[in-house]
Design a protein around this ligand. Sequence first.
Ligand SMILES: [Zn+2]
Length: 362
Amino acid sequence: MITIGKPEIKRINNTVRLQAVITIGEKEDILWYAVEDKYGNFLTEDRADAFVIGLLWKALEHGYDIHVEAPISERLYFTINSFLIPIISQFYNYKKINVICEQLDSNPIPNAGAVGTGLSCGIDSFSTIYENLMNDKPKNYQITHFTFFNTGSHGRYGKNWTRVLYKNRIKITRACANELGKELIIVNSNVSQFVSFDFQATHTLRNMSAVLALQKLFNVYYYSSTYHIKDFKLSTKDSAYYDVLNLSMLSTESVNLFSTCPNFSRVDKTRLVAKFEPAYKYLNVCTRSAYNCGKCNKCLRTLLTLEMIGALENFKSLFNLKSYYLNRAKFIEKVKAEYNSDSLLKEIYDEMVRTNFLSDQK
Ligand SMILES: [Zn+2]
């Protein structure tokens, strides 16, 4: 059994924490989400939604029920108990667990009506932003705030290299948010201490737990899709494959979560980003370091796509191109060998065939 106590607000130096005492088996711990002082008023201490979602993978993995001693949103209680938990536990072959709460609240939390999205400066993130800026969205759906979360994408909480990568990436994101003229909310959290699964398999719930901590702020939140909707599947490798399901299940009476650009392939998204000038200064896709290394899979995939669509020139100052050209031929061979088992490589391969790119390489 996991027990979640009543969330509380705590001020520590220049940050404000939303935290709750949690008990896992016999062990007591604290799960927290922290923001800068000026955003402290938006932390939602009267619902435990963030904590339930932050701990859901832990509970699923160990077959623990979650007992919540504070109110949770009724919609969330209904969707996760009726759909999300049964679907994930069946797919992973886990015991079906229950979230137990005697205080369900169906009232929307009064919020600032903000519209948020993550600013990771990657292809998916910039596509969401550019698509939202370029198309005439109704006022209440135009992005007002960017977010940057420390929920595991920079490595496990507490590790030295995680701290360094997190801090270096914040610098890029902050400069980019300034240039785009929108506020940036950074949420630090120790949630990654409580999830032993790979980040890729669990990122949607981890990140959305940070959004649910800010339900006094957000009315709408866009989570960038990774894969085209046609590739929807339940996957133990990457929760993004079923984000359309996840985000509908994790929305509450107060915040509506959407998977953005679901009808775009990664090649289409790269084409979109190639038209977005701020990306020429800030595109950041590397999985290894804050500066694009030019040789990891994500750098190679992005560079090869940029080259194929004739847009490499605009991005060349952001990448180690020497590494790219050293690894490029090997990566093209990888695309040819593995495109059948990897939907993102398949999109690149299809584009190669469509544009006759491979025959130009001989
Ligand atoms: Zn890289």
